[in-house]
Design a protein around this ligand. Structure first.
Ligand SMILES: Nc1ncnc2c1ncn2[C@@H]1O[C@H](COP(=O)(O)OP(=O)(O)O)[C@@H](O)[C@H]1O
Ligand SMILES: [Mg+2]
Length: 485
């Protein structure tokens, strides 16, 4: 029972916070080591350490502790694998709704990995139970008499305890205990550090959520916000993945209550640039930006601005529909609100209906709101994701190729929806489909890159009509007439 929370917390740390950190690597190493050690040896070792080195009494608790330490690596390693299997799309979907990281982990990542984690716990218990047999032998036997199950010590008139294997092991451990405390100590320290570090993160995040209410004039408060489109001004933006400069020197203005399309060949940085507009880019380890992004004049990268708030204000829809698989249609729509904080049920009902109507999905799903969101068709799932995004009342909606995984009919449904939504929102859409850009957008930005490995750049941005009929750059003309890309 002790092993379960510690094991899961360790796994959460390793997967969600640990990436590449030295502490995480050290823990991983110890977990591997403990997995590899035959469990009987590990059990006896811990037992000897606890009893002899720390001088605790021979007790049931000491025995339980040994079992905990046996279960721990199984639980950690298995939970870690299960957490890694949770698609990063789901984490991103949650972040994009303006949900802080720790809530994303507890409400989205852990439930999704739940069944797998339970399997790991059962395996861990099985491992511990397997060890209960030898342990009983140890606990139940007077330490002064022999441990050998074969010599029948109680009846044998001439027991010879010193020659038998279990006694030998016990002897060895007794003598070794003094010199082997060091690794055991490290283990204790590592576990303690994991806990304090995790605690630290939680406290930090919790602080970050509460803080913004008092800060920043407009980005901050939800309550004062009516759905109101905003403009985005980008100046001299460089976007990096580690050392790699993916997008260079972009300056542009995105008009409110309009649709702006980003087009360009694959790999030119459209998605990368789009994700900098709501600070989703920095979710990727090592990713960073230089330059300014102003939302109605307010710098979203200013140090006093919380990215969580930015993402509530600037919503996002992803290329592949990514409804939360453990949630119903209803819960998917209100996921952003629920994960951000409590709301009365009646209000939520209203919001669900409004958002689903807004996403043109209400008629199709109103009679099965409690069914899983994953049971819908691809096109419906994508509209569900749009409903989920608009339910938190953002002011800007970013869409990264929202139709590329959909059939033509669903695509048209989404395009109609975009035309309706632009009355209320500022919309930026990345698309591979030039007809789509021509159909839905008011302004179009063409991105290109000189060669693979070179940074992508904004080549030209103008009214869609002009880009498609009379572009001022040769590169744009080549691309839209299909001469390359
Ligand atoms: N997570 C990442 N880590 C490192 N490089 C990345 C990552 N995502 C994208 N890139 C690189 O950034 C460049 C732009 O990619 P992307 O924005 O996905 O292009 P587009 O959306 O225009 O097809 C590519 O060279 C791509 O390999
Ligand atoms: Mg892309």
């Amino acid at each position: 029972m002790i092993a379960v929370p510690i094991g899961i917390l360790t796994a959460v740390y390793l997967v969600e916070y640990g990436q590449g950190k030295r502490l995480a690597r050290a823990i991983s190493f110890f977990v591997d080591l403990m997995m590899g050690v035959p469990s009987i040896v590990a059990g006896l070792f811990i037992y000897a350490f606890w009893l002899l080195a720390l001088g605790f009494q021979f007790s049931g608790f000491a025995g339980a502790l040994a079992l905990v330490i046996l279960m721990l690596p199984v639980v950690v390693r298995n939970s870690e694998e299960m957490l890694k299997l949770v698609p990063s799309e789901l984490r991103e979907a949650s972040y994009a709704l303006g949900v802080p990281k720790w809530r994303t982990i507890t409400k989205v990542v852990l439930p999704t990995a739940f069944s797998g984690i339970v399997t790991g716990i059962v395996l861990g218990i099985a491992r511990a139970m397997g060890e209960t047999a030898p342990l009983l032998l140890l606990v139940g036997t007077n330490p002064k008499i022999n441990f050998d199950p074969f010599s029948l010590s109680l009846t044998d008139p001439n027991p010879n305890p010193m020659t038998t294997l279990p006694t030998y092991i016990f002897e060895q451990l007794t003598t070794a205990a003094g010199s082997t405390t060091a690794p055991a100590f490290y283990r204790a320290w590592a576990a303690a550090l994991v806990l304090t570090d995790h605690h630290h993160h939680v406290v930090e995040r919790a602080g970050a959520v509460r803080r913004p209410v008092h800060q920043g004039p407009r980005l901050a408060t939800r309550r004062t916000r009516i759905a109101m489109a905003k403009s985005i001004d980008v100046s001299d933006l460089n976007v990096y993945y580690g050392k790699f400069l993916a997008v260079e020197g972009v300056s542009m203005t995105v008009e409110p209550r309009s649709v702006t399309a980003f087009i360009g060949p694959s790999g030119c940085g459209k998605s990368t640039f789009l994700r900098t507009l709501n600070r989703m880019h920095e979710v990727i380890p090592g990713a960073r930006v230089e330059g300014k992004v102003l939302l109605d004049g307010e710098d979203i990268y200013h140090s006093s601005v919380d990215p969580v708030n930015v993402r509530r204000t600037i919503g996002m829809v992803f290329q592949r529909p990514n409804p939360f698989p453990t949630m119903s249609i209803y819960d998917n729509v209100v996921a952003g609100l629920k994960l951000q904080g409590r709301q009365p049920k009646k209000k939520l009902d209203e919001i669900v209906e409004k958002a689903l109507k807004g996403a043109n999905l209400w008629n199709e799903v109103s009679d099965r709101l409690s069914k899983p969101g994953a049971g819908l068709s691809g096109g419906q799932q994508q509209r569900l994701c749009i409903a989920r995004a608009i339910a938190v009342e953002p002011q800007v909606l970013l869409m990264d190729e929202p139709c590329s995984a959909l059939d033509p009919i669903s695509t048209l449904a989404i395009e109609d929806l975009i035309s309706e939504l632009k009355e209320r929102y500022t919309i930026v859409i990345v698309t591979h489909n030039m007809q789509q850009a021509a159909r839905v957008s008011d302004r179009t930005a063409f991105f290109n890159l000189a060669a693979v490995g070179k940074p992508g750049k904004l080549i030209e941005m103008a009214d869609t009509q002009k880009i498609f009929t009379n572009p001022s750059q040769k590169g744009t003309e080549d691309y839209i007439t299909g001469r390359f890309g």
